[in-house]
Design a protein around this ligand. Structure first.
Ligand code: GSH
Length: 217
């Protein structure tokens, strides 16, 4: 009898963390059921599956829950070994990819603070942090991408997923904030990378419309 392979993703349409997992499942060609959660009124299932953080995404594989988006991405890659691999085989390159994925998470944290700042001082600080991180990424990625070139097409890896899930909503964020975030003159490599990824059909499939993102913000 074929081994049971039931995959359920508990998510939230607007969540960048959930988008990471949706992208990984689609890129790997893993069929899954999607359950939209209401994070203001958490379902008993969500609380049962993620009693520590009570957050989405939660991936349930054959009844077993896995939580925390980066942990889920690695679980997917280790469980479904088909191409594209999300992390390189070589331990050193794997470590570097994890390092930069962690840095993109820090960029997301700074961007989040920009939206949650209660006063101008905090807003300015979050803004400065965000642009400093973009500068570091622009610089760091010159070397990293030249040594780890993107293969193109839908062969995205963990870092591509992190980058597009984090920065893929930049146009809606710019419209909402009334300022440029990803400027092609200041961050040409990041701009090119993000906009190329945004055009991929798999990315478009999981990306909410511009208008719904602006209203949500
Ligand atoms: N570190 C978590 C963060 C997940 C997260 O913050 N999820 C949000 C949605 S974007 C959530 O479930 N929030 C509900 C809450 O905070 O109560 C991850 O990487 O999965």
């Amino acid at each position: 009898m074929a081994k049971e392979n039931k995959v359920v993703l508990h998510g939230l349409w607007s969540s960048t963390y959930v988008k990471r997992v949706e992208l990984a499942l689609k890129i790997k060609g893993i069929p899954f059921e999607y359950v939209e959660e209401d994070v203001l009124n958490k379902s008993p299932l969500l609380l049962k599956y993620n009693p520590v953080h009570k957050k989405v995404p939660v991936l349930v594989h054959n009844g077993k829950p896995i939580v925390e988006s980066l942990v889920i991405l690695e679980y997917i890659d280790e469980t479904w070994r088909n191409e594209p691999l999300l992390l390189p085989q070589d331990p050193y390159e794997r470590a570097r990819t994890r390092f930069w994925a962690g840095y993109v998470q820090q960029l997301l944290d700074s961007t989040g603070k920009l939206f949650n700042s209660e006063d101008k001082e905090r807003y300015d600080k979050a803004c400065k942090d965000m642009f400093e991180k973009l500068d570091v990424l622009e610089d760091g990625m010159k070397k990293f991408l030249s040594e780890n070139p993107r293969t193109g097409g839908e062969s995205m890896d963990l870092l591509d997923i992190m980058v597009v899930a984090t920065l893929g909503a930049f146009r809606a964020q710019e419209e909402f904030l009334g300022m440029k975030i990803l400027d092609p003159d200041k961050h040409p490599l990041m701009y090119q990378w993000v906009t190329t990824l945004m055009e991929l059909p798999v990315v478009q499939e999981v990306t909410p419309s511009h208008d719904s993102l602006v209203s949500f913000l």
